[in-house]
Design a protein around this ligand. Structure first.
Ligand code: COA
Length: 219
């Protein structure tokens, strides 16, 4: 089992240095929502409320590292987070773990973070997640493809504003340096945007983590 420091080091090792990272392996007892956020959570069951609160707690810790005052991170109807004007970010949770990454908008257009357990992806879902040219992947590789696609989606969604199916994206890995790139199979993602997306990943015996970002200077 990781501790908080190991989790943060794992994620921070994937992003550039000017991306702030916060994460914890269990929800701290002092994690709390701001009043504006509470209004959006009245229908949530206890488990969902806990992960939502944990993610917002991490987001505020990461904002603090950027020198940003604690601010609400509301959610759109489609569940995507509403970041304060000057920053962009991403949240992921799995089991009791939650983490958030944030960066100044003058440096980054968008970020993506995904954390998954390292269990192989169930074979019954391969046809849904993998494109035909990715189907030779074994369960472990399929899980990495899944995680990379989720991080890519979190990065692209705020910029393209539409759902992207798993079949509309191919991930190209460079295993030698632990990076990946997004190859969209849809005209809803402009090629320069996909080309500007950078990805890094890490697989440990327990976890798969995918990190993605698009810099502000990129088209
Ligand atoms: C949105 C999605 C990526 C979330 O992934 P997940 O494994 O279920 O959950 P995670 O814990 O990693 O991430 C959840 C967080 O993602 C964020 N999120 C949700 N929808 C989002 C969106 N459209 N864009 C960006 N971030 C989003 C939220 O902050 C959410 O946490 P919160 O609800 O507590 O705020 C996933 O549910 C989904 O809809 N995937 C289908 C689309 C896809 O991945 N396509 C791949 C091809 S590009």
């Amino acid at each position: 089992m990781m501790n908080n420091r190991e989790l943060q080091r794992l994620i921070a090792g994937l992003f550039p240095d000017d991306v702030a990272v916060a994460g914890s392996v269990t929800c701290p007892t002092d994690a709390a929502l701001l009043p504006e956020e509470q209004h959006q959570t009245t229908a949530m069951v206890a488990k969902r409320l806990r992960e939502f609160t944990h993610g917002r707690h991490c987001a505020r810790q990461a904002m603090q590292q950027l020198g940003h005052a604690p601010a609400p991170v509301l959610k759109h109807e489609d569940r995507s987070p509403v970041w304060p004007d000057q920053i962009c970010g991403s949240i992921s949770h799995t089991g009791d773990i939650a983490a958030a990454v944030v960066a100044h908008r003058d440096g980054y257009r968008s970020l993506g973070l995904d954390i998954e357990t390292a269990e192989p992806l169930d074979e019954s879902t391969h046809a849904l997640i993998l494109r035909p040219d990715e189907r030779s992947a074994d369960g472990a590789q399929a899980k990495l493809i899944f995680s990379a696609k989720e991080a890519i989606y979190k990065t692209l969604y705020p910029l393209v504003g539409s759902y992207l199916d798993f079949q509309e994206m191919v991930v190209e890995f460079d295993k030698a340096d632990g990076t990946f790139a997004a190859q969209p199979h849809t005209d809803r993602v402009p090629p320069p945007l996909a080309a500007a997306l950078q990805g890094r990943y890490q697989v440990t015996p327990d976890w798969v983590v995918a990190a993605t970002w698009i810099r502000a200077a990129a088209d």
